[in-house]
Design a protein around this ligand. Structure first.
Ligand SMILES: NC(=O)c1ccc[n+]([C@@H]2O[C@H](COP(=O)([O-])OP(=O)(O)OC[C@H]3O[C@@H](n4cnc5c(N)ncnc54)[C@H](O)[C@@H]3O)[C@@H](O)[C@H]2O)c1
Length: 322
């Protein structure tokens, strides 16, 4: 039996693959554009299948051929590519999720963990969001992900699939290549660490909730392996760094380590519309804490910035930056 990760060679997928291999699981990575550089150390321990979530037979086939018992469904187009191509995003994120859930039902997969997002919250939110906050996303990315959450809940109720879902905020790590609305946070730190100037595409007062990569991976693994009786809410907010720093506070903290870091501000109207409409700065994740014992380790942004810069400088190859 194996565990399948869709979007498996993407940023989060690679981290999950390392954890699952360390646990002795057989791991299959399904990805439309497999990247192997961050898998070098476990390349002989994982199977990589090139395939497209939009193509249902490809999804069916990877599940059937590998006797899959659990799926981490992380394949997706992220926010900015989805905004640029909403038609393609619908096919990948809505139809792709349907394909995964239906393959799971047909081939008796026990558990599906779905990667959702805090972008499922939008209109009418206060600056703090809880698991009870009304989800009214303003982007096609958020709307597609919210449908995935609801579809998964339906499969859980109707077909008894053990569906679980985690709502990440921005996952902070070096080496992110996929553009997304809040990527000003990791890119500002990474540019400084590499000695490059950074033109920040949000205003100085914008604050986007973030979680450090090791915490995001650990939470996902914790949720996947949590005993069934602990899962009550099914979909869970996840908070990491708290309080959330503004872009300017990030810049100042970076400059405590790299005084000559160069940051300028040229807010992008599209990105600013998103932040001005939503205004979420704090994520309340008490359901995850109460139900399956979640507790972030990396909560202080200054410590995370220091660790991030150290990683870029000492382990560039680990993050595809060499
Ligand atoms: N990184 C974040 O900050 C963040 C925040 C919230 C939610 N998420 C969600 O977590 C998941 C993983 O994010 P990530 O940071 O690893 O993103 P990523 O872009 O690094 O990885 C996504 C992977 O999905 C693959 N993919 C895209 N379209 C596909 C298709 N049609 N068929 C098969 N594979 C396809 C890509 O090739 C890529 O390797 C995504 O579902 C994302 O929406 C991420």
């Amino acid at each position: 039996m194996s565990i399948l990760i869709t979007g498996g060679t993407g940023g989060i997928g690679v981290g999950l693959a390392h954890e699952l291999v360390a646990r002795g699981e057989e791991v299959v990575l399904f990805d439309i554009a497999p990247q192997t550089e961050r898998l070098a150390d476990i390349r002989d321990k994982v199977k990589i299948v090139q395939g497209d979530l939009k193509v249902w037979p490809e999804v069916l086939n990877v599940v059937k051929e590998n006797e899959v018992e659990g799926i981490f469904h992380h394949g997706s187009m992220l926010s900015l590519p989805s905004e640029a191509n909403p038609w393609g995003a619908f096919q990948v994120s809505v139809m792709g999720t349907m394909h995964v859930l239906e393959a799971a039902r047909l081939f008796g997969v026990k558990r599906v963990l779905f990667a959702s997002t805090d972008a499922t919250y939008g209109l009418g939110t206060a600056d703090v969001i809880t698991d009870e906050t009304l989800q009214r996303p303003i982007t096609i990315y958020g709307a597609n992900k919210l449908y995935g959450e609801l579809l998964g809940r339906f499969y859980r109720r109707k077909f008894g699939l053990d569906f679980r879902c985690i709502r990440y905020c921005t996952v902070l790590r070096p080496g992110i290549k996929t553009p997304a609305l809040p990527m000003f946070v990791p890119w500002m730190i990474e540019h400084a660490a590499l000695g490059k100037p950074f033109e920040c595409f949000v205003a100085e007062d914008v604050a986007a909730p973030v979680i450090y990569y090791p915490d995001a991976i650990r939470a996902t693994i914790m949720l996947y392996y949590a005993p069934e009786e602990k899962i009550k809410s099914v979909c869970y907010n996840l908070s990491g760094i708290s309080p959330t720093p503004t872009a300017k506070q990030l810049e100042m903290a970076i400059k405590e380590i790299i005084p000559d870091a160069q940051v300028t501000y040229k807010p992008d109207p599209l990105v600013m519309e998103y932040y001005r409409t939503r205004g979420v700065t704090t994520i309340d994740d008490r359901r995850a804490r109460e139900e399956w014992g979640w507790q972030p380790e990396y909560t202080d942004y200054k410590k995370v910035i220091a660790h991030f810069i150290q990683e870029v400088r000492e382990n560039p190859q680990r993050w595809g930056l060499a």
